[in-house]
Design a protein around this ligand. Structure first.
Ligand SMILES: [Zn+2]
Length: 351
């Protein structure tokens, strides 16, 4: 990528200049680099470098630890994981949506019960927010569920991939946007970092949010949803890839934006195998983005596939590929950055 290309190019210039290179060593030699990064590319690169596998790992070792008891909806373990996330945002100086008054949006027992959730305790979505500098009323949502399936017969289902990986990716993406903001390059549109609850019991947290949106859904530009991005599936073992689902269902622009962002960054293989509402696995309907899509908000769902530890007690932190997790989080960041900063809002031109 660009950060690597520039030193290579300057080497090429020196080599091609041969003995004449001394003439280029003056103060103007930098002008010999025709492909210098533009200001906005530099701003992007500086923010992007903040997404680090070490930090993803550090946070995931907490979120998916036994202490969190598998993060079942409304459980003390899930609340403890939520407290860790809230502290993370506070420490970074990232606040919550003003209209909400706190990081927490309560999802009541009665709401979940009506939708077939057994007697789940009250639970909470967690919302962190960075206000846009030019179009603050337009909202880019980056989401992941932070609940998992809890503890069964004394065995903790840690859910490191499902969806600890998405949870820590959203936190890290928020950190990258906040560092850009501190450098004077905050996003033009607002970004909502939405950690939803109740996913495993029936996408309750995201449904509650879209039934009770903190910002009008008509002003919600996109939902980039992350659910499992830290592993590989048997078909793609060892590959740099990610499944992308739903990105051309509502907007003809979103898939293209994501592909360009991918080329600019880690150039992962974008696998569209499940990108079909009629696919037998029906993944388009199976995670939180669907509640946005059904409200006509364009979505892209990032996913690593169905692997042997899916919903098993062995979905543990030791099995995560942290570098791959970093690359996929960087792709979501790059796509969010483009959508938040481009002049025109992405279109909704498909039904
Ligand atoms: Zn999940």
């Amino acid at each position: 990528m660009k950060k690597i290309l520039i030193p290579l190019f300057s080497v090429a210039v020196l080599v091609s200049c041969g003995t004449a290179h001394v003439a280029n060593d003056g103060p103007d030699s930098s002008q010999a680099l025709p492909k210098a990064l533009t200001k906005s590319e530099k701003e992007f690169q500086a923010a992007y470098q903040n997404i680090k596998h070490e930090d993803l790992k550090k946070n995931l070792y907490v979120i998916a630890s036994d202490e969190m008891e598998g993060r079942d909806t409304g459980s003390p373990g899930q609340k403890k994981a939520g407290e860790y996330m809230v502290k993370f945002y506070k420490d970074l100086g990232i606040s919550y949506p003003k209209a909400l008054g706190s990081y927490y949006q309560k999802v009541p027992t009665a709401y979940m019960k009506q939708r077939g959730g057994r007697n789940l305790p009250d639970s909470e979505n967690i919302l962190a927010f960075i206000e846009g500098t030019e179009k603050p009323e337009e909202i880019v949502v980056v989401s992941a569920h932070y609940d998992h399936v809890g503890t069964k017969n004394g065995v903790v289902y840690n859910g490191a991939d499902d969806d600890g990986s998405g949870t820590v990716a959203v936190m890290e993406i928020a950190k990258a946007f906040q560092s850009a903001k501190k450098a004077g390059n905050g996003p033009k549109r607002s970004i909502l970092f939405l950690h939803v609850t109740g996913e495993e019991h029936g996408l309750f947290g995201s449904e509650y949010y879209t039934d009770n949106p903190v910002f009008p859904l008509a002003n919600t530009v996109v939902d980039l949803n992350i659910d499992m991005i830290g592993r590989d599936d048997p078909e793609n073992r060892g590959k740099n890839y990610v499944y992308v689902i739903g990105s051309e269902m509502l907007s003809s622009e979103l898939k293209v934006i994501n592909e360009v962002a991918n080329k600019k960054t880690n150039n992962l293989e974008l696998n569209y195998r499940y990108d079909d509402p009629n696919d037998p696995e029906r993944l388009y309907y199976r995670s939180d983005h669907y509640n946005f899509a059904k409200n006509n908000v364009p979505v892209a769902f990032f996913f690593d596939g169905i692997h042997e530890d899916y919903h098993q007690p062995t979905d543990d932190v030791e099995k995560i590929d942290y570098l791959l997790l970093q690359k996929r989080a960087q792709l979501v960041f790059a796509t969010a950055w483009e959508i938040a900063n481009r002049t025109e809002r992405i279109v909704v031109d498909k039904k």
